[in-house]
Write a protein that binds this ligand. Structure first.
Ligand SMILES: [Zn+2]
Ligand SMILES: [Zn+2]
Length: 183
């Protein structure tokens, strides 16, 4: 079995099904890790990934890179793009992977997967070296800062507090919340 087959299966198990997004995420991740000289399928302590979409693809990225939100090694950037940037903290090298157009609406999922298994990296994935400046408060490890919101009294980690007219507020209280309390 090729690396692609092995990790496609693993990513599919985690995600619940194998689809084009899982296959793409598998290909992008394997190509990027190979470029950075890192091993797939293990937790890479020196790797941070910025995922640009909250769809199938990103589940494959998590499985293959070992980077997760809970380890602060997965960052979600809401661009709605089939792309991710992989940063090797040890070497400082970073690479952004995107997918070249390949979709054909007439293809069945089986045909698409077959294509995605065979097509060489050079025809499917674009890897571009980039630089990413990661704020210290975004790095894994012990929290550098803790605060308490003056309005709701909830704890705020990692420098996410907002200073407003001499008060320390959480982002929800400062900028409006995504939820509404039921009174
Ligand atoms: Zn899917
Ligand atoms: Zn608050």
């Amino acid at each position: 079995m090729s690396d692609f087959d092995v990790f496609l299966k693993k990513a599919g198990d985690f995600h619940g099904h194998i689809c084009a997004g899982i296959a793409l995420g598998t290909r992008i991740s394997l190509a990027a890790l190979n470029y950075l000289g890192l091993k797939p399928g293990v937790r890479n302590k020196n790797l941070i990934v910025y995922a640009e979409i909250d769809r199938c693809m990103t589940d494959a990225v998590q499985v293959i890179t070992g980077c997760t939100l809970g380890h602060r090694s997965l960052k979600y950037v809401d661009y709605g793009k089939f792309a991710a940037t992989f940063v090797n903290l040890e070497t400082g090298k970073a690479v952004r992977g995107t997918v070249k157009e390949y979709f054909s609406n007439e293809d069945t999922i089986e045909k698409t997967l077959e294509k995605l298994a065979r097509i060489p990296d050079s025809e499917l994935v674009t890897l571009e070296e980039v630089t990413v400046k990661i704020p210290e408060t975004d790095l894994p490890g012990t929290p550098l800062r803790k605060a308490v919101c003056a309005v709701c009294g909830e704890r705020i980690m990692d420098g996410r507090e907002v200073h407003d007219k001499g008060k320390i507020l959480c982002r929800g209280c400062a900028n409006g919340k995504y939820y509404r309390e039921k009174k």
